[in-house]
Design a protein around this ligand. Sequence first.
Ligand SMILES: Nc1ncnc2c1ncn2[C@@H]1O[C@H](COP(=O)(O)OP(=O)(O)O)[C@@H](O)[C@H]1O
Ligand SMILES: [Mg+2]
Length: 646
Amino acid sequence: MSSRVETLEFQAEARQLLQLMVHSIYSNKDIFLRELISNASDALDKLRIASLVDDGPRVDPADLQIEIEVDREQRTLTVRDNGVGMSRDEVVGLIGTIAKSGTAELLRKLRESKDTASSDLIGQFGVGFYSTFMVADQVTLLTGRAGESGGTRWESDGGGTYVIETVDDAPRGTAVTVHLKPEDSEDRLFDYTDENKIREIVKRYSDFIAWPIRLVAGPGESSRDAEGDEAGESGEEADDKPLNSMKALWARPQSEVDKAEYDEFYRHLSHDWNDPLEVIHMKGEGTFEYEALLFIPSRAPFDMFTRDARRGVQLYVKRVFIMDDCAELLPNYLRFVKGVVDAHDLSLNISREILQQDRRIQLVRRRLVKKVLASVRALQETDPERYRTFWNEFGAAVKEGLVDDVDNQEAILDIVSVESTSDAGPATTLREYVERMKDGQNEIYYLTGDSRAMIENSPHMEAFQARDYEVLILTDPVDEVWVERVAQFDGRPLQSIAKGQVDLGTDDEKKSNELEREQQRKDFAALLPWLAGKLQEDVKEVRLSTRLTTSPACLVGDTFDLTPALEKMYRAMGQNVPHTQRILELNPTHPLIVGLRKAHEQDPDATVLAETGDLLYGMALLAEGGELRDPARFSRLLADRLASAL
Ligand SMILES: Nc1ncnc2c1ncn2[C@@H]1O[C@H](COP(=O)(O)OP(=O)(O)O)[C@@H](O)[C@H]1O
Ligand SMILES: [Mg+2]
């Protein structure tokens, strides 16, 4: 076989990330070892899974392990696994490029943040393998893919290129050798050939790894050098003892696991460098036993809203890893939750198809959902600041649950936060809103729209502002959808202030207003049907408004009408929905409306009158952020009117 040697360039994004690594923006350099061990552990998991299928590679799980070898003379450290390995193409694809979505975005932010917050940002991304370049001036990788003969050698100094070569002979699995930069403890670059340092790092970051991690003697070192072992043990035995305890964290009693251990496990699991926001450790007993260890990250992943965002829960059966990304264990709206579920009584060969139908899995899923929602609820009460972080990061995803998970709608409504016109703060829970409701107010008022400013200045808001009623301000696209599905909270109906009739004020006020209304109805008896006739293409009714104080007119809908935003959304999804006609409401005290009425009484056939009607409708549409059907005509009419007024 010819050994094809090629020098290839890293993909542009990869090159930029490498630069950041070489210039060490991350102060804790020890973690390169954690990343290498994590990759080795993943590779062993993958091999074991592959071996479960009939024609998969034959593997004795007892042989699977991770070795660490140092060479003090050469100043190298090697992490070796006998896992799945990689083919030549895989090395190019996985190591030479970064396939993760959001890379460009991340790099832009990193450049803008000028290094100070970079380590924080980079944490969201988990640069994994590249972190070796924090401590190494050269990295060599030798890998043999399970089931293939021959192997691939890869080498780079972290500059723009790497050398890749096909080799005849490579054991199954991957060995990564880092050639260490000189020690510089001031820069927190320690001597990683020091066995004690290695033990310390493995213990701190990788103790729970399910495969044995062993220190093996490098060339020129004899096994009796192993320091730190109790006297009496022979060198041989001491060498064979794994550095890690391999204890499954989720199987240990909660009281015996400390925060640092949870945090490290989370990092391994999620490939996130930050601490989790919340840890949920639970156990199911009875007919179907399981343990679950779930984490809520402190940041939303970049790809939370892409179509195929991955789910973060792994399935284990009796401590054995079965699958990543187990969609059956949590609903889509909780896709950001990471963790492990270890179910005791499932078959090791269980397939996704069977999982979907398994009633026990459905039961676990129901419990997990309840527990996650309850944890957020508890956070709301005990730690409002962390709850706020949670909501800012994940609220938009959680709100999808109001539509998708009707069974838990109430529990989700309990943790929803929304903006409101209240000056109590930028956001409010529905419960807080209800507590602030006025005497006699029965409904929870809201308005949806593109932005807070647009909603606050909308004509629909006028009567509510005038009477100081609090209105929820809903600006997320998903808000349009869930408000249609949620009938009520705590017995109070949700009511859009752009729909139906508005009837604010006390009973006394309503009574005294009635006389005035009666008079207005008489006064406008001719104008309203006339205008409705003129605007009949867009408007199904013209009526007098009780919600306007300063604007001449506004558009509203009936309770079950589609809102314009929803109509637009459905169209964008390719659905053929009929055009919803709106109701035009006029403010009977506004000079323009009064003038229109008088002009109509004098000469109902004047063209200028019909044009004013068109302008009025256009203005109402613009005021709610709508789009004019014929903007050119609108401007022409307006220009004519302005000109004649000068
Ligand atoms: N020891 C290894 N054995 C097999 N594949 C590996 C190994 N190390 C890295 N890889 C592959 O390279 C990819 C990139 O690794 P890394 O940069 O650590 O990112 P991540 O682990 O977050 O995917 C891994 O997803 C894996 O497919
Ligand atoms: Mg990794």
